[in-house]
Design a protein around this ligand. Structure first.
Ligand code: 5GP
Ligand code: ZN
Length: 115
């Protein structure tokens, strides 16, 4: 269910524009407006879940499907073999700014470390 004032819900509802790279019934992936890597995609559930810790047992399969979508996106963007990084920022100290669960799909450069 769309949450009022949530920018990602508005992107899901196409009330706000985005550059979509993958979409199915439950998942949307679109280019990050402020990329920090040559390829920077946000993969989100269409359902409004604020943070990773707000996931319920009923969301476990959905989160698994988001990871499967990451593989499909890697294939379609030509980085399947080169690899990519998938990141979730959870809450304040995790660096989360937008409180609609999302995974950063980062690729096109060599990452080192995790800091
Ligand atoms: P967070 O810090 O919450 O993990 O990441 C939020 C991300 O959303 C940031 O990388 C930011 O650039 C991106 N973002 C914020 N607003 C918009 C928007 O309206 N459109 C798109 N495509 N990305 C956005
Ligand atoms: Zn939302």
């Amino acid at each position: 269910m769309a949450e009022q004032d949530c920018i990602f819900c508005k992107i899901v509802d196409k009330e706000l524009p985005s550059d979509i790279v993958y979409e199915d019934d439950e998942i949307l992936a679109f280019k990050d407006v402020n990329p920090v890597a040559p390829i920077h995609i946000l993969i989100i559930p269409k359902k409004h879940i604020p943070t990773l810790t707000d996931m319920g047992q009923e969301d476990a399969e959905l989160i698994g499907r988001i990871h499967l979508a990451a593989g499909k996106i890697a294939e379609s963007l030509g980085v399947y073999d080169r690899g990519f990084r998938l990141v979730n920022n959870c809450k304040d100290e995790g660096g989360q700014v937008v409180y609609h669960l999302h995974f950063h799909f980062l690729a096109g450069k060599k990452f080192k470390g995790v800091g």
